[in-house]
Ligand binder design. Structure first.
Ligand code: TRP
Length: 382
């Protein structure tokens, strides 16, 4: 990331901004500091009435916090629909951590039969990264869209926005948003400094636009619900502050945690490729990365058999928890065997390599097919 908003020397302190996530993330503290709401059992009960059964990511509290989800569901109950909105900054290849909220978004699209607006911010990544070119961010935008489509989104209900290409659709709303946000608010929300380029200063207005674009396209004024990792929250804070002044609903959010990387602590990050599993990683690369992963194991096998290991700090266990062991009984049994020293890290790693490679192989087949349908998902065609 570019240096201007950097926070690099921090002695392991938690940092969560749209550009940087560092240190051990304390999600309870984020709820307090960002001023979001925890997901209450009552709210989840309501969600469940529309989704048959709670999605695993809700049940396991991978999605853990929200703003105005209750409002959106109450309106829905009264017959008012909503749209979904999420996005991707195309700075490089997609890793499995990026796909966690997209998988949940697809579930919501299916259960609520609703539109998804998906913003690909090739402009943002160009502006904030001194080393990128527009040709590169555009290329990654196309590549990343394939990964999204491969997850099974419905073309008739999915509207991908490529910012640079589709700016004509966005610009009038971006201007109205920008006019309502002062430099002082933006600076304190995003940490802008004198050396920040002015493209970055305007940019948050563009991320706000898909919250509102449905009305322009259809005439219907409905709220947007944004499923995304919690680092994007500063954007929604400034957007929520001015939404009603422009005659729109405040956008609602449902926030997820970060999939940890394969190292000791920290989220999966494309800037640390050796601790990230990318969708295009071939089987032997996946195997090597998993083999080098940080686990909760002991120094020797004998010690581990005797004392057991600690899944609570283990990156591999998190992969079962987030994605690869959907059966909660089997997950509990894996945890028990690990703690008891009955199963060593080698066995657990072998299992996850197999599951990961199977998942990725199937994903890549669907991704390849997406090359034929990608235009159907582009917002301009509808
Ligand atoms: N700013 C996001 C990123 O850097 C991309 C993005 C745009 C996004 N709109 C969004 C992410 C809505 C989540 C929800 O990745």
């Amino acid at each position: 990331m570019a240096a201007q908003n950097g926070n690099s020397e921090n002695n392991g302190e938690m940092v969560v901004t749209p550009w940087e996530v560092k240190g051990k993330v304390d999600y309870e503290r984020l709820i307090r500091e960002f001023g979001t709401q925890p997901l209450t059992p009552e709210l989840l009960g309501k969600l469940e009435t529309y989704t048959d059964k709670l999605h695993l990511q809700i049940e396991r509290r991978i999605f853990f916090s929200h703003r105005d989800l209750d409002t959106v569901l109450n309106l829905y109950e009264q017959g008012k629909k909503f749209v979904l909105y999420t996005g991707r900054g195309p700075s490089g290849p997609v890793h499995i951590g990026h796909m966690v909220p997209w998988i949940f978004t697809r579930h919501l699209q299916e259960k609520f039969q609703t539109r998804l607006y998906f913003q690909i911010t090739d402009d943002e990544k160009f502006i904030i990264d001194n080393n990128s070119t527009l040709a590169e961010t555009r290329k990654w935008g196309y590549e990343n869209a394939l990964d999204l489509i491969a997850l099974g989104f419905k073309p008739e209900n999915t509207f991908i926005i490529y910012d640079v290409q589709d700016m004509d659709l966005l610009y009038d709303i971006a201007l109205k948003v920008a006019k309502r946000i002062t430099f002082s608010t933006a600076r304190s929300t995003f940490g802008f400094q004198d050396s920040t380029n002015i493209g970055w200063v305007f940019w948050p207005a563009i991320q706000a636009v898909p919250c509102f674009i449905h009305k322009k396209l259809t005439g219907e004024n409905v709220p947007a619900l944004i499923p995304a990792a919690i680092d994007q929250d500063p954007y929604w804070r400034v957007t929520r502050d001015m939404a009603q002044k422009l005659g729109y609903y405040k956008p609602a959010q449902i926030h997820c945690r970060f999939l940890p990387g394969l190292g000791a602590g920290g989220k999966m990050s494309a800037s640390m490729p050796e601790t990230s599993i990318f969708t295009m990683d071939p089987p032997d690369v996946v195997k090597k990365k998993i083999w080098n992963a940080f686990t909760g194991g002991r120094g020797t096998a004998a010690e581990q058999r005797k004392l057991g290991a600690d899944p609570s700090v283990c990156s591999i266990f998190q992969y079962y928890y987030y994605l690869f062991e959907q059966d909660s009984k089997a997950l509990a049994e894996r945890e028990r065997r690990c703690r008891a020293g009955e199963m060593l890290c080698g066995e657990c790693k072998r299992d996850i390599v197999e599951k990961l490679n199977k998942f990725l192989e199937e994903h890549r087949e669907r991704r390849e097919k997406a090359k034929d349908t990608i235009e159907e998902f582009h917002i301009k065609r509808k």
